[in-house]
Design a protein around this ligand. Sequence first.
Ligand code: F6R
Length: 610
Amino acid sequence: MCGIVGYVGKSQAAPILLDGLSKLEYRGYDSAGMAVYDGSKIEYEKAKGRLRLLSEKTHDGATMQGTIGIGHTRWATHGEPSETNAHPHLNEDETIAVVHNGIIENYAKLKDKLIKRGYNFKSETDTEVVAHLLDYYYKAGNDPLACVTKVMHRVEGAYALGIIFADYPDQIYSVRKDSPLIVGLGKDGNLIASDVPAVLKYTREVYFIENEEIARLSEGSIEFFDVDGQPIEKQSKTIDWDVDAAEKGGYDHFMIKEIHEEPKTVRDTLNPRIKNDTVDIEELGMTDEEIRAISRIRIVACGSAYHTGVTAKYVFEDMARIPVEVDIASEFRYRNPILQENELVIAISQSGETADTKEAVRMARAMGNMTLAIVNVVGSSIAREAEKVMYTWAGPEISVATTKAYSAQLIALYLLAMKFADVRGLLPADEMKSLIADLKKLPEQIEMLLGNKERIQKFANRFVAAKDVFFIGRGIDYAISMEGSLKLKEISYIHSEAYAAGELKHGTISLIEEGTLVAAVATQDNIYPKTVSNIVECKTRGAFILAVTTVGHEDIEDVADYVMYIPQTNKYFANSLAIIPLQLFGYYVSVGKGFDVDHPRNLAKSVTVE
Ligand code: F6R
């Protein structure tokens, strides 16, 4: 879970590398480094901590001369965050430099062998074996391309590598297996990166590198090879993301900017799929027979994406009467799961690179089941791994805590449920029309909720010192609570838990004491009185109650200490509105505590390790 970049061209490389790394800091931010060929040797700099420290050390890259280089921002896996463990890693002669995203699983065995051959290791990383292995093959008389292919045959695990050789000062070699990598075709030079935002400032023409493909870049050319070093042809794709999407655009943090982008995200994910008062998802290429044949849906995902899956379970089961199992991807893949015939496996992922979700898709395919990915990043691994893809059009999401991609995932799932219900004869045309009308209102309703953010900020400021917070709800409200709780804990470091409201009294209620904040979500009419009873149980034990409910339920003020109202919508879509005040609450608590909202400790956005 790191970010890599590389540049070769006419301009000074280091400032471009730093700029690219700044767009990849969401992938890891405990240390960073760059290597540049300065005309006579490979020069490198590393810094422990945020990228800004590397920028300061190199005067924004000005002190590193040269027009070819590679860079790295790290989320430590092997070896603590330190300058020694930061990338790039070099061979002993410092003639080969490597940056790496991923994990070399057999590094210990390779390291032993290399030590026996006289190699000395400086770091505790798995990556250093790659630098020494390249050195070994290079000194045995192989050219750089042959060295790279030989290394690929020796290493096991996941990797995206950027490599420069001092003897070939006009070339970058890059290769991937199970870690993302793109190549950008620039005007005055070419680039490699772990993700598209890192190159958007320089080009929109990118190549998505497939597993075990090698790219060789120089100022005026990009060549591709397979794992045996044979040339291959690749087509570039034009990315239509806005350059501004990767900038803060006047907001204090990416998170608040991205929350404000939710109305647009909802519109962009929804509108192209509504035609003639019905849902059109022909892009999936699923026949009505296939939809009718679905015996069960299995959703696999992690974190917030898993929470959208929990919401979807309630929606699919109620609306389309299809049984749904929701699995945390890392549990699914190690459980010897049973998939039945005609069970559709839906993987949900913003990044499209989450290792466990990707592996779950592979397993489901291997079992012969149809797989459908709901993914935000075009051309990402999960998008390519799954048989069918439905993109969420949220644009690049930079803040580690997801907000707009979560909202877009919900829309994609509602649309699928509506389509499936329609094809299975469970959604009369007038109901479909009314659901579509409600969906179309969501962007405006979200805008309205955003208009109330100062009130939420004031409330959040009262709870910056909270020690424990509980989020409770039933049905879809429980799914919302799970996400509200995760948002708060991941960026404010306040312990919080989400509970099915009816389950609290089976143990956890013993934790409620005078002043404990309980956020109760109560948007679902059919279970509203039940949730209110659970609120009263907490209040009786001294809890301070924040209620999130729908306009029309003003009676909740009799039991709640503070209420956040959401506009009325169809019961299925309440999550899309109720999550907004909860995202804002998490955000403002984190701001109130003075934390680095976009880069919470210990986390990284794209979890490409198991
Ligand atoms: C929380 C968050 C994570 C991700 C999870 C899955 O704010 O962002 O919980 O939802 O790591 O990531 P993707 O969706 O990229 O598979």
